[in-house]
Design a protein around this ligand. Structure first.
Ligand code: HEM
Ligand code: HEM
Length: 342
């Protein structure tokens, strides 16, 4: 009797580990673990000097016309790389039209913004600086500001050696891109993909199984569990205007193609547990509710509370270790530095 029990236990253990291997095989076909080194970015070799300069620029509110808003205002690296507001507040306390996505791991997205309108981070960084509702500045004014501080001039010269007049707007964007490329957050899910069975709880593995079987993975796959590919929000059933406001037609504004009305980039899901509220509208504060809305709108599935909870447990396993960042000391302004304007 005792040996039968041992045999049964042994075969259950074998079946469980076979199931774990099956799940990992399926998962490794669909996702990739985070790279362990800083990824290369196009046309912008990432160097230590650029990273240091980019960090300063990321934290510097003088990049904005008012001297109030830095990238960090809306992409707070202590709260998941976003601002946890429905939609961001920028220049003159104006409320912008969309929720701020996280900058963490953004370097691994195929394109930037909810509608993918910027092809990479250096193109992206020029947007908020000039957006009227964000930093409301001009490239010319930013260049005057940077050139007014000898320490910035010297840091740009070191980061972009051999260039004539390197203290310019394009190089500001390149330095910020280099800094952002360092913002990677390895998570328990990566350890599990890399072979550590103990890294995911049973609940998280159950959630991962559902995420794969239901078809969430058909849009949220790859290294960022999303961040590439464009799909109608409401592929099967369009959510109400309380979640999907009619005025924002997503990718339609980029391509002006009718088929792209209400089409958005599949959101990257790393650290999603830290970045409420959800969707481009920022209208949903509870991740479980966001998961249920996705299941219904994208897959036509009504998820039970229990299944949605398991999926949330899987999404929790995407919360990573935050990069360690020492606050930069920024260059002192001079008599030539443009005064803040409201
Ligand atoms: C989007 C970086 C300033 C609010 C993004 C994205 C990045 C980023 C990388 C795209 C992320 C993704 O698509 O997953 C930066 C940098 C800034 C900056 C480097 C400084 C130069 C700001 C400021 C605000 C803000 C000051 C708020 C006033 C937003 C919003 C979006 C966004 C609302 C989404 C916009 C859309 O999709 O149309 N930012 N950001 N950002 N950021 Fe920033
Ligand atoms: C957004 C999860 C299925 C496409 C999101 C968000 C979550 C999520 C949590 C919000 C992320 C954020 O605000 O930062 C899921 C789950 C799914 C699923 C658990 C399966 C039950 C799908 C499918 C598609 C898709 C099948 C494509 C057909 C999108 C798009 C967005 C998004 C386009 C951005 C929506 C927006 O504009 O606000 N997903 N998703 N998702 N997902 Fe899914």
């Amino acid at each position: 009797m005792r040996s039968l029990t041992i045999l049964l236990l042994a075969s259950t253990a074998l079946a469980t580990s076979a199931a774990a291997d099956d799940l990992r095989d399926y998962a490794t076909d669909m996702f990739q673990p985070l790279p362990s080194t800083i990824p290369a970015v196009a046309d912008n070799p990432v160097t230590d000097e650029k990273i240091e300069l980019g960090k300063m620029l990321f934290f510097d509110p003088r990049v904005s016309l008012s001297g109030v808003f830095s990238c960090y205002s809306c992409h707070n690296l202590t709260t998941g790389g976003d601002d946890n507001l429905e939609t961001s507040v920028g220049h003159g306390w104006q409320k912008g039209p969309r929720n701020a996505p996280t900058v963490l791991n953004a370097v691994l997205n195929e394109a930037q913004f909810w509608d993918g309108r910027a092809e990479d981070l250096k193109a992206q960084a020029k947007g908020p600086v000039q957006a009227g509702v964000e930093m409301a500045n001009t490239p010319e004014n930013v260049e005057v500001m940077l050139n007014s501080m000898p320490q910035y001039v010297s840091l740009f010269e070191t980061a972009f050696p051999g260039e004539d007049a390197p203290t310019n707007f394009d190089n500001m964007a390149k330095a910020i891109e280099a800094f952002e490329a360092t913002l990677l957050t390895p998570a328990p899910f990566d350890s599990w993909l890399n072979g550590d069975d103990t890294a995911l709880t049973a609940k998280a593995r159950e959630g991962l199984g559902l995420f794969l079987d239901l078809g969430c993975v058909s849009c949220h796959s790859g290294v960022n569990v999303g961040g590439h590919g464009y799909y109608p929000f409401g592929l099967i059933e369009k959510p109400g205007a309380d979640v999907l406001p009619e005025g924002d037609k997503g990718r339609f504004a980029v391509t002006e193609t009718v088929d792209d009305e209400y089409v958005f980039r599949a959101a990257p899901l790393r650290n999603v547990s830290l970045t409420a509220p959800y969707f481009h509208s920022g209208k949903v504060w509870d991740l479980k509710v966001a998961v249920q809305i996705m299941a219904e709108s994208q897959l036509g599935e009504e998820l039970s509370d229990e299944d949605a909870t398991s999926i949330v447990a899987f999404l929790d396993s995407l919360t990573g270790e935050m990069p360690e960042i020492t606050l930069p000391v920024l260059p002192a302004e001079t008599a030539d530095t443009p005064r803040p304007k409201q």
